[in-house]
Design a protein around this ligand. Structure first.
Ligand SMILES: NC(=O)c1ccc[n+]([C@@H]2O[C@H](COP(=O)([O-])OP(=O)(O)OC[C@H]3O[C@@H](n4cnc5c(N)ncnc54)[C@H](OP(=O)(O)O)[C@@H]3O)[C@@H](O)[C@H]2O)c1
Length: 298
């Protein structure tokens, strides 16, 4: 194993769970000693807790999937969101710098304000609309400042998987309970399966010299309404849903949330496709894979 150690944080979250599940059968499995931690082993709000887990595991590479991800709740808990998404990255990046470790970090489309109407480039100006996006941007800046060569930030959007809670699972639950639902049709983004994201993370791990900011999404440019319609179609086909209910398009203005969301947040992934030599994915096939996994687990 060359004495190399990989530490995954946030291992019980939806991305972390997918990473652990796919890692076992990946080409990386034999190359690293693998450890994974979540909030039970490390509290990102506590410097001593972070430093103790890092020195105990002494990783050569850290895949940081731990984060404060409740976009609306962050508006009411800015201090917790700041500590977990911003301050903790300074501590981790400083440790990485002192110990020659590489840090792969996940960030979000919510660092953008959504005023653009063509896919966001990694170099585009950021301007988060809420606390979550602000704290994630703070995390990005810390890593870029402290680890210009050994830090890599991968921004992604609208994540879903068979693990944890996400839009796909919420839609399936609502569609089997309600007679009709209204879904926002004027926010445009790109749903991304944790499976496609983990495969890119594996490529990034293999490419030991890669650093900087990259984007990854499953390539659609659709509204939450469009996504819900496709979820219903595949839910019916898989047997997860028994009957079709009307899905009505509604404006975001008619669905009030604590945090403002970008109107448009599609990410341009060209640089990632080229740098890591990966093909584009088909977002409907990615959804089918997750819907099938949910149906099989029932
Ligand atoms: N979800 C999305 O739509 C989306 C979109 C773009 C980018 N991202 C980014 O993608 C990454 C993975 O997201 P995800 O959807 O997998 O999130 P997730 O399911 O919420 O997983 C995050 C993990 O971090 C843990 N965590 C929370 N507070 C912690 C603390 N104080 N100390 C240590 N660990 C803590 C969580 O534990 P608890 O569950 O116990 O809190 C959870 O297991 C995050 O960086 C997120 O910002 C997500």
């Amino acid at each position: 194993m060359n004495g190399k150690r990989l530490l995954l944080t946030g291992c019980n979250g939806q991305l972390g769970s997918t990473f652990s599940a796919l890692y076992k059968d990946s080409q990386l499995a034999g190359r690293y000693e693998f450890s994974s931690v979540d909030v039970e082993q490390v509290d990102f709000k506590n410097k001593e807790s972070i430093l103790s887990v890092l020195s105990l595991n002494n990783p050569s590479i850290i895949v940081n999937c731990g984060a404060y991800t409740s976009v609306d709740k962050a508006e009411e808990e800015p201090d917790a969101a700041f500590k977990i998404n911003d301050l903790a990255t300074t501590i981790i990046a400083n440790w990485s710098k002192e110990n020659g470790s590489r840090l792969l970090h996940i960030s979000t489309d919510f660092v953008f304000d959504g005023a653009k109407n063509s896919p966001y480039e990694p170099s585009d100006e950021t301007n988060p609309l809420g606390v979550y996006g602000n704290t994630k941007l703070g995390g990005e800046r810390n890593i870029r400042n402290l680890l210009p060569k050994d830090g890599l930030i991968l921004r992604t959007s609208w994540l879903y998987s068979e693990f944890g809670q996400n839009f796909v699972k919420t839609m399936l639950a609502l569609m089997s309970k309600r007679e009709e639902i209204g879904i926002v049709n004027d926010q445009i983004g790109s749903p991304t399966s944790t499976h496609s994201l983990v495969k890119i993370l594996f490529k990034i791990i293999e490419n030991e010299n890669a650093s900087g900011i990259y984007h990854w999404c499953d390539g659609a440019a659709i509204s939450w309404y469009d996504f819900a319609v496709e979820i219903q179609k595949q839910g019916l086909r898989s047997g997860l849903l028994e009957k079709k209910i009307p899905v009505k398009p509604i404006p975001a203005a008619g669905y009030s949330t604590l945090a403002e969301r970008p109107t448009y947040s599609v990410l341009n992934c060209e640089a990632t496709l080229i740098e890591f030599g990966v093909p584009k994915v088909d977002w409907k096939k990615e959804l089918n894979y997750v819907i099938t996994a949910i149906a099989t687990a029932k």
